[in-house]
Design a protein around this ligand. Structure first.
Ligand code: F6R
Length: 366
């Protein structure tokens, strides 16, 4: 059942090239300049009437939502707010007819997410669901549904669900941008072609996992690991830290690199590992200066950078490269080494990777 892999989690990490592919099949046509999302019935007029989009989810799905905010705002120019379902539902959210609420849930059964969906509908909002389970509660109750075709996810730690949620959010952003006329044909084609390459690029990262395994084993005895990044890199840093915490029980925190100075830098001492994501060209120099700051305090820096970035090797202890893609799509690739890092660190510590303590796959109680 594990297809020759020692754990479901590793199997599911390796299923990502196919899951990404399946989530795009029949939906994205770079040369025709089309994105076909048949189950999303929102019209141009409907979109134009929107004042705001909320993305509401829990855990890893929430982290996908943080990326979703970036891509929808960038391409469709609609303001997006991301919220944890357990916060959103209790704070009288400013939601009405002019609001679209996007809920993201792998299982489609998470209690807080489902409650947020119901509350939003009651307030008159349209609800679009991104889910992996056909016929789930979320899929039945939403106005529009976009399925991720990740296949069953058994391991408690979410991997292929996250990366396919990112693809789904990019498809939505492209679809909205097309309808609203906020994207040029050229930019559409560039992003769509880059998306089509993601499955092969993810595979290339997986083929080189030995290197990440070694690095994870080297740092697996640590009690604290920090993740830093800016922009989309910060969004992925949050997901990387969650993955490490939940399966290896190493204390991990993600920080927006520019926030370090406002407190966290006090925790950076000799030998503390800092995983630094530097895939965003327009933020490169800024993040690099934060890397230099943590290095100066003795941190062991592992950089996650774009292939071809030789410059970074001068300032860090190790580099993990990801293949070059469109700047908006880097999260789909940069999360893969972080998933592998968490997995191999957990294995090295003898943890029950597929069933971490205190956690359940589907959180149907509040
Ligand atoms: C972490 C993880 C959880 C889920 C969260 C939401 O690896 O799996 O944080 O992402 O419980 O679950 P769904 O997406 O089913 O609503």
């Amino acid at each position: 059942e594990k297809g020759g892999y020692p754990h479901f989690m590793l199997k599911e990490i390796h299923e990502q090239p196919k899951a990404l592919q399946d989530t795009m099949t029949g939906r994205l046509y770079p040369d025709k300049g089309e994105v076909r999302l048949d189950d999303i019935k929102m019209t141009k007029e409907g979109l134009e009437s929107l004042k705001k989009v909320f993305i509401v989810a829990c855990g890893t799905a929430y982290h996908a939502g943080v990326v979703g905010k970036y891509v929808i705002e960038k391409l469709a120019r609609i303001p997006v707010e991301v919220d944890l379902a357990s916060e959103f539902r209790y704070r009288e959210p400013m939601v009405g007819k002019d609001t679209l609420v996007i809920v993201i849930s792998q299982s489609g059964e998470t209690a807080d997410t489902l409650a947020a969906l119901r509350e939003s509908k009651k307030l008159g909002a349209r609800v679009l669901a991104i889910t992996n389970v056909v016929g789930s509660s979320v899929s039945r109750e939403a106005d529009d549904v976009l399925y991720t075709w990740a296949g069953p996810e058994i391991a408690v730690a979410s991997t292929k669900a996250y990366s396919t949620q990112l693809v789904a959010l990019n498809l939505i952003a492209l679809h909205f941008a097309k309808l609203l006329g906020t994207i040029s044909d050229e930019e559409f084609r560039e992003i769509a072609l880059a998306m089509k390459k993601l499955p092969d690029q993810a595979k290339a990262i997986l083929d080189a996992e030995g290197e990440i395994k070694k690095m994870a084993e080297r740092y697996a005895d640590r009690e604290h690991i920090f993740y830093i990044g800016r922009g989309l890199d910060y969004a992925v840093a949050m997901e990387g830290a969650l993955k490490l915490k939940e399966i290896s029980y190493i204390h991990a925190e993600a920080y927006a690199a520019g926030e370090l100075k406002h407190g966290t830098l006090a925790l950076i001492t000799e030998g503390v590992p800092v995983i630094s994501l530097v895939t965003q060209d327009h933020l490169y120099e800024k993040t690099l200066s934060n890397i230099i700051e943590v290095k100066a305090r003795g941190a062991a820096v592992i950089a996650l950078a774009n292939e071809g970035d030789e410059e970074i090797t001068k300032s860090v202890d190790h580099v993990i490269y990801i293949p070059r893609t469109h700047q908006m799509l880097t999260p789909v690739l940069s999360v893969v080494p972080l998933q592998l890092f968490a997995y191999y660190a957990a294995v090295a510590r003898g943890c029950d990777v597929d069933k971490p303590r205190n956690l359940a796959k589907s959180v149907t109680v509040e």
